[in-house]
Design a protein around this ligand. Sequence first.
Ligand code: DGL
Length: 282
Amino acid sequence: MTAPLGIFDSGYGGLTILHQIRQRLPQYDYLYLGDNARAPYGPRSFERVYEFTLQAVRYLFSQGCPLVILACNTASAKALRSIQQRDLPVLFPPAADDPSGLPSRRVLGVIRPTAEVIGQLTKTRHVGIVATQGTVSSRTYELEISHLYPDVTVTAQACPMWVPLVENGEADSPGADYFVNKDIQQLLHRDPQIDTIILGCTHFPLLYNKVRACTPSHIRLIPQGKYVSASLVDYLQRHPSIENRLTRGGAAQFLTTEQPKLFNDSASIFLGHPVEACHITL
Ligand code: DGL
């Protein structure tokens, strides 16, 4: 059985990842699911983010997806490990003819591919992360980066207003300037040696111009899409048993837990082309 590649986010942020993945891998079909009705996930507990993420992943699996990307840092930080280690081996045991011994369906996140490249991008060895409260409190970035690059100092800044601004269509409003500027200045005050800032939330590239405008020009801003898509290219090359099961029609379908009209209007602006989403309930 073949099916699209699943992409999940709490809302619109994963569209920034979908866009980059389609640039690199236009041949596949994609099924995007935004849990907009329950966004933001950032302030929610570990248990709740895990529960919601597992529901979404199971929905995408029920549509046949052999692989789902959690295009959400909060879900990657709070749910990915449990789903990979606890749920998948039970729900989708390895196929008898697969020597890898891995579950027959897979889930990947966005934090690891970002952490892997950061040591090559910073010169001062001081890196800042802007992310949701949930991602920051999980300390996942600090842990991943300290394993890979023990000499890099990481300072993480929670930006609790940024996702609601994007989800409520306020990303371009003057009001967004205040919150973006406040959080960036606080981060740079905490560590003035930062030369690289990871946009550690997939919603944040939608605020890129505002972040750039209030960040000194010598500081590099790192949206994740480029690195996540490069890592996916590599993954599919190394896992033909997954790659062989992806359909190749070059199409994307969209699902949302919110009213489709709302989703379509915002998603069309973010992607720059019309979107026709279907409503689902998780
Ligand atoms: N796009 C999600 C992330 O990358 C935002 C989560 C939220 O809904 O707060 O963290």
